[in-house]
Design a protein around this ligand. Structure first.
Ligand code: SAM
Length: 281
């Protein structure tokens, strides 16, 4: 048992009942309304929680199943949680499964405070790349994009219009932890357009009707914002016309478009290849 944790064990609550009010509050975080009202969300997995704490995220509640009791790393995160004023719950596997709504759940989960980076604070610098997503609907797509943006060294993701919640449990799962590393901002269409005017960025919109091959753009001159359209309807004119360039990723075969997350990955690797020379290893 870690020194820091000694004497604080009394602050660990044991919970075996699904009717426990704290458990009910945590389970409510599966719903967007409760996440918004409390400004919190659930993340699962010990490694992810350790990374989040290292990156300075605030944990409100640590939940671990009985099978994880006594494991040194679990004790360490429990100590950190208590030290920062959070609550630690030791729960039965049944309670853990009901919190995260899956069979064979991870042994550890955490309730964290949400973090949004205000768009006004986003001041792109040369060499930086951002992704702006118009009304992204699918949590798996958003999570995959956040993970990919992290992997290519992008500087942030901007959600434009009515997007799916980056703090939904499915999205957080799909980010594989990158939700803690990648700053996320949100804006209305008007706010985004106003921001881009003063941000000194090159907005590269992807559009099936784009006339420019995405490989011919100069991604190095200014900071780049790759602008991606909604899964069903693509990019609306009001956004597409505000971009500096409208590019198309060439396709052959019968598919009429690429999946949004795949198209974003193709764009990000191209943009970062020019900036970071990833192709040179
Ligand atoms: N039916 C939609 C349309 O007409 O645009 C398809 C949307 S597609 C599934 C989602 C987004 O991925 C598009 O708005 C665009 O940003 C990007 N995308 C997919 N395939 C693309 C391609 N070949 N060239 C450029 N962008 C593409």
């Amino acid at each position: 048992m870690t020194e820091q944790y000694k004497g604080r064990v009394g602050q660990v609550k044991e919970v075996t009942s699904l009717a426990n009010p704290i458990v009910k509050d945590i389970k409510a975080l599966m719903n967007k309304k409760a996440r918004e009202e409390t400004g919190s969300f659930i993340a699962e997995g010990l490694k992810l929680i350790i990374d989040a704490l290292e990156l300075g995220w605030t944990i409100r509640t640590l939940i671990y199943s009985k099978a994880a009791k006594g494991k040194p790393l679990v004790e360490k995160v429990a100590a950190k949680t208590v030290a920062s004023g959070g609550l630690v719950l030791e729960v039965s596997e049944k309670v853990m499964a009901s919190i995260v709504r899956r069979d064979n759940p991870q042994m550890v989960a955490g309730v964290f405070e949400q973090r949004w980076r205000p768009l006004a604070d986003v001041k792109p610098q040369k060499g930086e790349t951002y992704v702006a997503l118009d009304r992204v609907r699918d949590p798996g797509n958003l999570g995959t994009i956040i993970r990919t943006a992290d992997a290519v060294g992008a500087s942030g993701v901007i959600l434009v219009g009515d997007c799916t919640d980056p703090f939904a449990v499915e999205t957080v799962r799909a980010t594989m932890g990158s939700v803690f590393a990648m700053p996320v901002s949100r804006a209305t269409v008007d706010e985004f357009i106003a921001w881009r005017k003063g941000a000194g960025v090159n907005v590269v919109a992807t559009h099936l009707a784009g006339s420019v091959d995405y490989r011919t753009v100069d991604y190095a001159q200014k900071p780049v914002v790759v602008l991606m359209g909604n899964e069903q309807s693509g990019l609306p004119e009001e956004l597409a016309t505000k971009a500096d360039t409208r590019v198309r990723i060439p396709q052959e075969g019968r598919a009429d478009s690429l999946n949004l997350a795949i198209a974003t990955a193709v764009m990000l690797y191209e943009a970062r290849r020019h900036l970071l020379k990833l192709d040179r290893g």
